[in-house]
Design a protein around this ligand. Structure first.
Ligand SMILES: *[C@@H]1O[C@H](CO)[C@@H](O)[C@H](O)[C@H]1NC(C)=O
Ligand SMILES: *[C@@H]1O[C@H](CO)[C@@H](O)[C@H](O)[C@H]1NC(C)=O
Ligand SMILES: *[C@@H]1O[C@H](CO)[C@@H](O)[C@H](O)[C@H]1NC(C)=O
Ligand SMILES: *[C@@H]1O[C@H](CO)[C@@H](O)[C@H](O)[C@H]1NC(C)=O
Ligand SMILES: *[C@@H]1O[C@H](CO)[C@@H](O)[C@H](O)[C@H]1NC(C)=O
Ligand SMILES: *[C@@H]1O[C@H](CO)[C@@H](O)[C@H](O)[C@H]1NC(C)=O
Ligand SMILES: *[C@@H]1O[C@H](CO)[C@@H](O)[C@H](O)[C@H]1NC(C)=O
Length: 926
């Protein structure tokens, strides 16, 4: 396309320079058409031939020519169902390595002689359903390597000896060609032929020398003459092909007499298999097969013949016959003589072979009818309505291993007793199929004659009874009992005592509601049981010990029951963990049970489990690690539940070896917490097949993802989330902390420093008390008080002074000649402690408030001393205290906060406390 387009562009460019509008538009149109055409061919090629492993499938493409651009190393090319009118050899020159060419269903009228020259390796050529008419020697003269040639459904007219060159041909199909004769050549050809198909042709006569062209075809095995209505068979017509093994004459509607003739002609051939289906062979006489007496026929198919009558002795000529198929006939009566002579017969198929007659409402099988068949191993009596099974119906079948009476109605089977099948007592039967035979009841000992039976199939009946165990008496070898689809079977603890070797037991859709209630489990002695099917029974209750002793169970089918309650944590007595006995389980099916919970230990220890099916339940959030022991799981089915979240805590182990996962149609919650792990797992798993991933796995929540595929979930949004959020929190808190710090420092810097100092002093134990520093201070305490409280100080504080204790009072001790301010500062410095006499007045006193307090604290902070003592004469609120003096009670040691007592008798105690607060305790107490 690029080349075409650039060419167009160049043309356009040049013509524009030429200013010739008309030409320009013409060129544009031409270019458009050219690119269009190119596109069309290109797109057809692109979406058409499917090439893989050297094979190209170009069928159904309306091609009218061989595509030229396929890989040159093709070995197989399918051009069937196209519109080819011929296959010119030159069109195949790009593919010289072709081994197989299929040009069936085209309109080819002629085969070109050059074809096999172009394709020297060609082995298979299929030209079926074309219009090839004349076929000459030259047309295929180079096809010496050809082994298969299919020319069915053409309108061949052979000219000369067209097949003479086909030395390697093994399969030749010239069926449905309107050939007027079976004679394909006048001289011996096709030395390698194995299979010749002449079916659906028009000849009605087989002449003596018709097959003489196969004189040298010593490998010939199969001849198909289906739908060839032969009327005349010249004696010796099969002589040239006496090595023939298989002759197929189906649908050739020859009638009894011609068939007898045919058999006569086959006498002395190597015929082994004869198929005579749909031949209108209504009656078999005791002569029909007499010609086969000298053959070693082993397989005879007589089905779909509308055969109503088999004369006694009809099969007496076939002592070597091993398989006889009589299905789909109208046989009314089978007698003792019917099968006479079939001494070697191993398999007899009578599916829908018997019908009712005028005289009897049901076909009749006489007693001892099967007695001649002493070698018979398999008897198929499917879909046959026989009235009565007598005690001699099957007598004499001394080799019978398999009896299939399925989908038949035998009146005597309704209520099977120990007499019903007694005629099989002498048969070493291993398999008995009684599916769909309208059984309603099994009496004790009904199967007691089958001591060698391994498989008993009783599906699709109407059995409605309590199984006491006696029903299976004598079945000591039985390994499989199939009883699905019955009416209402009740179990007891002895139901299976007589079948201890049981390996397979199916009871699907058969059990009565309380069938599994017996205290002692019906299955408890079945130690070899491997498959147990209890599905579709609406079972609502099973006992925990149901599977006790069933140690070899591998497959347990419990789907379509009602077991939800058993696994609820709210269940009375706790969840019923009935799987704890079957640790070797490989398959567990529990779909459609209404389950909304799986107990933590329900699946504990099932380390061999390969298939777990829990679809169509109500499971929502699954507990962590419930699946943790399932490390062999390969198939997991959880579709159609209410699962929103797929977390690694639950699913990591079971999904680690999975080959198939079905989890669609759940209301997934497409958030990082719920689905991120699952989506990542799905994206990365190449081991697990997850069908329907695009369509069935959709988000239910959140709204932004509603109804979209979970694979659309943006996993990147989650990956960025965690560090981003952390960063956000970190940075914002840093900013806030900085702001707070700045504000604190701005407004309360001194206080922080104050607290800090106190903290340091306290932790390092640098209390001022008890340290011999006292003497460097002139005063023990500087007393700050309001004017108004001076008299209180006079009365209560000053008297405490003595040699060891001196207070500094502003009025008394101010230093003469100094300004008041300087004096205060100086005195404070000389005092070890600062004592505030706190009253409302003090807080209001601007002098105290502003200057003294401020300075006092400044001093305290500077000296790093924990040296403030508060004496409250009134109760002052902490808030006011901090507003005025920048102090809080909490900032000080409790012992430095004193209240002037109301009661006189407590005054000495107050004094004592005061001295302690001033750090003079020790001395005073000594
Ligand atoms: C055919 O050739 C192509 C390259 O042209 C190669 O990739 C392919 O493997 C070959 N196929 C066979 C079957 O040899
Ligand atoms: C037949 O095939 C072989 C290879 O299998 C080849 O050597 C021989 O040339 C072919 N014969 C003809 C006539 O092309
Ligand atoms: C065939 O049946 C006829 C009677 O229907 C009998 O006379 C004849 O002997 C039988 N032939 C053979 C070979 O059994
Ligand atoms: C068959 O069952 C009946 C009782 O139902 C019993 O009397 C009889 O002996 C049984 N026959 C055999 C052959 O077991
Ligand atoms: C069961 O089979 C054994 C051999 O496998 C054979 O000896 C025995 O006779 C058979 N039993 C019956 C009842 O045919
Ligand atoms: C169970 O199977 C084993 C091995 O196949 C066999 O030896 C044993 O006899 C069987 N048990 C019963 C009760 O049939
Ligand atoms: C899936 O995997 C591919 C590479 O394996 C990656 O490019 C893509 O982003 C992944 N998609 C999601 C949804 O994880």
């Amino acid at each position: 396309m690029p080349s075409v387009c650039s060419l167009c562009a160049n043309l356009v460019f040049e013509t524009m320079h030429a200013h010739r509008c008309l030409v320009l538009s013409a060129v544009i149109i031409t270019c458009y058409l050219m690119t269009g055409l190119y596109n069309c061919v290109a797109c057809q090629k692109k979406k058409s031939c499917h090439v893989q492993d050297g094979r190209a499938d170009c069928s159904h493409l309306s091609l009218s020519a061989v595509p030229p651009n396929l890989p040159s190393n093709l070995t197989s090319l399918d051009l069937s169902h196209n519109r080819l009118l011929g296959i010119p050899p030159e069109s195949l020159t790009p593919y010289p390595g072709l081994l197989h060419l299929d040009v069936g269903f085209n309109s080819i009228t002629k085969l070109d002689g050059g074809l096999c020259q172009t394709l020297p390796l060609l082995q298979t050529l299929n030209i079926e359903h074309n219009e090839v008419h004349f076929l000459k020697k030259e047309d295929v003269s180079h096809c010496t390597n050809l082994t298969r040639l299919n020319m069915a459904r053409n309108r061949l007219k052979l000219q000369g000896e067209p097949f003479s060159a086909l030395q390697s041909l093994k399969f030749l199909d010239v069926s449905a060609n309107n050939l007027q004769s079976a004679k394909l050549s006048s001289q011996p050809v096709l030395p390698s032929l194995v299979n010749l198909n002449l079916a659906f042709n028009n000849f009605t006569t087989l002449k003596k020398d018709d097959f003489s062209f196969l004189n040298h075809s010593s490998f010939l095995q199969t001849l198909n003459l289906s739908s060839v209505s032969l009327k005349t068979l010249e004696p010796g017509c099969f002589k040239p092909i006496s090595g023939l093994h298989t002759l197929i004459m189906d649908e050739s509607k020859m009638g009894t007499l011609i068939i007898a003739k045919l058999c006569l002609e086959l006498s002395g051939t190597a015929i082994d298999t004869l198929s005579l289906r749909e031949m209108k062979l209504v009656t078999l006489t005791n002569k029909t097969f007499s010609g086969l007496q000298k053959t070693s026929l082993t397989y005879l198919d007589l089905s779909h013949n509308g055969m109503g009558k088999i004369e006694p002795g009809s099969f007496q000529w076939l002592p070597r016959l091993q398989t006889l198929i009589l299905s789909y006939n109208n046989i009314k009566h089978v007698t003792k003589e019917t099968f006479q002579g079939l001494n070697s017969l191993k398999k007899l198929k009578l599916t829908k072979a018997l019908v009712k007659s005028h005289t009897s409402s049901t076909p009749i099988i006489d007693d001892f009818s099967f007695q001649p068949l002493s070698a018979l191993e398999s008897l198929i009596l499917q879909s046959t309505a026989v009235q009565k099974l007598t005690e001699h119906t099957f007598t004499g079948l001394t080799s019978l291993k398999e009896l299939d009476m399925s989908w038949s109605s035998y009146t005597s089977l309704r209520n099977i007793s120990n007499k019903t099948l007694v005629s099989l007592a002498g048969s070493p039967l291993t398999k008995l199929n009684l599916t769909g035979t309208a059984i309603t009841n099994i009496n004790p000992g009904a199967f007691s004659v089958f001591s060698n039976l391994t498989t008993l199939v009783l599906d699709h009946n109407f059995i409605k009874q309590n199984l006491t165990g006696k029903e299976f008496e004598g079945l000591s070898q039985v390994q499989e009992i199939h009883m699905s689809y019955n009416r209402m079977i009740n179990l007891s603890s002895t139901s299976f005592v007589n079948v201890p070797s049981l390996k397979v037991l199916t009871l699907g859709k058969s059990l009565a509601a309380k069938a599994l209630n017996p205290e002692l489990s019906p299955f408890s002695r079945l130690s070899n049981l491997t498959i147990l099917d209890l599905s579709n029974n609406n079972i609502g209750n099973i006992r925990e010990n149901m599977l006790e002793g069933v140690v070899n169970l591998k497959v347990l089918k419990l789907q379509h029951n009602n077991l939800a309650r058993l696994w609820k944590s709210a269940n009375l007595g706790g969840p019923v963990l009935f799987l704890k006995w079957v640790r070797n389980l490989k398959t567990l099916l529990m779909d459609s049970n209404g389950l909304d919970e799986i107990p933590a230990d329900a699946l504990r220890g099932l380390s061999d489990l390969r298939e777990l099916s829990l679809g169509s339940n109500l499971l929502n959030s699954l507990k962590d690690s419930i699946f943790d022991d399932l490390n062999s799981l390969q198939l997991l089915f959880l579709q159609k539940n209410l699962i929103t979240t797929v977390r690694p805590e639950v699913f990591k182990t079971p999904m680690s070896n999975l080959s198939l996962l079905l989890m669609g149609k759940n209301p997934f919650d497409c958030t990082c917490e719920s689905i991120l792990w699952f989506v990542t797992w799905l994206n990365n798993t190449n081991m697990t097949n997850v069908p329907g991933l695009r369509d069935e796995y959709t988000c239910n929540t959140p709204l932004a993802y509603f109804n979209r595929s979970i694979m659309d979930f943006d996993t990147l949004s989650c990956k960025d989330m965690t560090p981003f959020r952390a960063l956000y929190i970190l940075s914002s808190s840093t900013v806030i902390m900085l702001m707070v710090t700045a504000l604190l420092v701005r407004f309360h810097g001194w206080r922080i420093q104050f607290y800090w100092n106190i903290l340091i002093n306290r932790t390092l134990g640098l209390s001022d008390a008890g340290v011999e520093e006292g003497r460097e201070f002139e005063y023990d305490a500087y007393v700050i008080h309001a004017e108004k409280d001076a008299s209180w100080v006079e009365r209560r504080i000053v008297p405490l002074e003595n040699d060891n204790c001196r207070f500094c009072l502003d009025d008394r001790d101010s230093i003469p000649g100094m300004s008041q301010l300087e004096s205060i500062v100086d005195n404070m410095r000389k005092s070890r402690k600062i004592l505030f006499v706190v009253t409302e007045t003090l807080l209001r006193d601007p002098w105290c408030r502003r200057f003294k307090a401020y300075h006092a604290l400044h001093q305290v902070i500077e000296a790093s001393r924990d040296s403030v003592v508060l004496v409250f004469l009134q109760d002052v609120h902490d808030y006011k205290l901090s507003r005025s003096l920048f102090l809080r009670r909490g900032m000080l040691r409790p012992c430095c906060i004193l209240d002037w007592p109301v009661h006189k008798e407590r005054v000495p105690a107050f004094h004592q406390k005061l001295l302690i607060a001033l750090g003079m305790t020790n001395r005073l107490q000594e």
